[in-house]
Design a binder for this molecule. Structure first.
Ligand code: ARG
Length: 589
């Protein structure tokens, strides 16, 4: 019998086939194969009930007939996967030891896993728009969410067969430049002077500019004039603008480097400035946009929330805005990158913007007879401080991401030094970096992305619970099992003749491992990395229970071999999973 990466897909296929070939159903149906409560089996088909009812058939009778047909056809070998009818018309499937053993043998390396997972999202071209900070400001703690969730989704998509283009849509063309250029000129600040923290200085200067222009309306007017000059291509202002951007890009790059993230394209909003003419023309020509009180707008009267709130694409003063550049960006991504799917990993406060943007694109592309790409806003909640409000420093400033990452590594260093004083200084530094940065990333990813969450150093750095230190420690522990036995993890399979799993702990672990494929699928279905986090945490727990009850390095070679395979696979899945989440792992800590 074929061993499929995702047994649920295999069962789905065969149930559908049986339903058609037996003549029970006239057309295909959704068997709704789900992971089952482990007390009842591994998988459960929930879809027979509704499908039978829809056809006025008795669900339980239908399920019985289906499994009779399956038994006769022999396509599912009952020695490998047992099945039976339960309740009013469910079918339970039980993976037997020979199946578990075969599955684990077939998925023993990262490459095998990648090849197997490659069917989940084949042949789609994704553009993932994430991180996307604004220039002239330092990245703050809020940017961690988009950056880390975006990167995890990219890695998962690539692993599952999609092609992915990481696009950092930097906000490099905002009204902030009026004030910034004005204050730079007024103070005679030299942005070319080498200083330790150039972006920090620019940001301070900008704040000063905001304070001054708030005080005096004449200053505000001067700043506005500088913005107009910049928009009209004044050379001096353009040069300043470029300089500010290059300083900002440099500072962002340092952060991405630390987080292990790179982008395939970084165009920035300014790149699309010259492309807005076509947007005005096409939207007006197709009748999607119309003039309204001097502005060019798109109405979505069919949508209750936007009935009185049109999507503005050209302001009354003739200027383009965030919406216009986003429309031009979509066109560019479709025409230039042949994107079939575009994901926006952006704060939930922008959901109205994206909803209106997507509605507009649908109308516009349909009018032009173009294939509408899939557009998704992957939104997320806010990181809260102890006060329960958005996290800020004591002075009420946003927490700078740079400072946060430094603090994470410092705190991890203190913990590692205390826990493991025998490690050399350089080793401790290395471990602290992996644990500290991993803790910040993981604390974000393990949350359901749409909820707000409370930022807590003690929680994220704890060695207990669903945290990075706990999982990294679990990884290091499995490494140490192999080290102590004088073996390499890959050698787990080189052992002669593993016997069949027998103990409850072995069976539970093998079953948990097989769930990996379903978890990947579920994670991408919902774009929620926390599903993978929860799985890894559970896997580490089931492994721990196994390791506490079943000795691995025993005399009997068949038993030792099968337990070493379980250890090797646990290590492979934990490491692969953590790497997909963009964490690094350690062999010892
Ligand atoms: N720069 C924007 C901000 O900080 C986010 C951009 C998101 N991407 C987009 N295509 N609109 O709010």
């Amino acid at each position: 019998m074929e061993i499929c990466f995702n047994p649920a897909d295999f069962l789905d296929r065969h149930l559908q086939k049986a339903a058609l070939e037996s003549g029970l159903f006239e057309k295909s149906f959704d068997p709704q194969i789900r992971l089952a409560d482990p007390r009842h089996g591994d998988f459960q088909a929930n879809g027979i009930l509704p499908a039978a009812r829809e056809r006025s058939l008795n669900p339980r009778q239908t399920a019985i007939q289906l499994i009779e047909f399956l038994e006769k056809s022999g396509e599912i070998d009952k020695n490998m996967v047992d099945f039976s009818v339960a309740g009013p018309g469910f079918i339970n499937f039980n993976l037997k030891t020979s199946y578990l053993k075969g599955w684990l043998a077939a998925h023993s390396t990262v490459d095998q896993l990648r090849r197997a997972a490659g069917d989940i999202f084949p042949k789609r071209s994704f553009v993932v728009d994430f991180s996307s900070p604004n220039t002239a400001k330092q990245m703050h703690v809020g940017h961690i969410r988009s950056t880390v969730i975006g990167e995890a989704l990219c890695r998962l998509l690539e692993f599952c067969g999609a092609s992915v283009l990481r696009d950092n849509h930097i906000g490099d063309w905002g009204t902030q430049f009026g004030i910034l250029v004005w204050i730079i000129k007024k103070t005679g600040f030299d942005p070319n002077q080498p200083v330790a923290d150039p972006l920090g200085e620019l940001e301070d200067l900008y704040k000063k500019g905001v304070a001054l222009t708030n005080e005096e309306s004449s200053s505000l007017e001067e700043a506005r004039q500088e913005l107009v000059k910049l928009q009209n291509g004044d050379e001096e202002n353009l040069a300043l603008w470029k300089k500010v951007n290059s300083v900002s890009y440099g500072a962002f790059e340092e952060i991405y480097e630390r987080l292990g993230i790179r982008f395939d394209t970084v165009l920035g909003e300014s790149f699309y400035r010259e492309k807005v003419g076509r947007i005005y023309r096409e939207l007006a020509e197709t009748g999607v946009a119309e003039e309204s009180r001097g502005a060019l707008v798109v109405f979505h009267p069919e949508h209750p929330r936007f009935r009185d709130q049109p999507f503005i694409i050209r302001k009354t003063d003739g200027a383009s805005n965030y919406g216009t550049t986003d429309l031009a960006t979509i066109l560019h991504r479709v025409e230039h990158y042949k994107a079939t799917d575009i994901l926006y990993v952006v704060d939930s406060r922008q959901s109205d913007h994206f909803e209106q943007l997507f509605l507009t694109v649908r109308k516009w592309f349909l009018k032009k007879n173009l294939l509408v790409p899939r557009l998704e806003h992957i939104s997320f909640g806010t990181i809260l401080g102890e006060s329960g409000k958005a996290i800020r420093t004591r002075d009420g400033e946003p927490v700078k991401l740079k400072d946060l990452l430094n603090e994470a590594v410092d705190r991890a260093y203190a913990i590692v030094s205390e826990k493991n004083p025998d490690l050399s200084e350089s080793e401790r530094r290395k471990v602290a970096k992996v644990v500290g940065l991993g803790a910040v990333k993981y604390a974000d990813l393990m949350q359901n992305r749409t909820s707000d969450y409370l930022f807590s150093w003690s929680k994220m750095l704890s060695f207990e619970g669903n945290t990075a230190p706990y999982l990294l420690y679990a990884v290091a522990r499995v490494h140490s099992i192999f080290r102590k036995a004088g073996l390499r993890p890959e050698s787990g399979d080189g052992q002669a003749n593993p016997s069949e799993f027998e103990t409850e702990a072995e069976m539970a672990l093998a079953r948990k491992l097989v769930e990996f494929s379903s978890v990947l699928k579920q994670t991408l279905n919902d774009w929620r990395p926390h599903f993978l986090c929860t799985y890894l945490y559970e896997l580490a727990g089931v492994f721990s229970a196994f390791y506490n009850s079943d000795k691995v390095i025993v005399e009997e070679s068949g038993v030792r071999a099968r337990r070493l395979i379980l250890c090797a696979r646990t290590l492979l899945f934990l490491e692969t999973g953590l790497h997909l989440l963009s964490l690094e792992t350690l062999e010892r800590m």
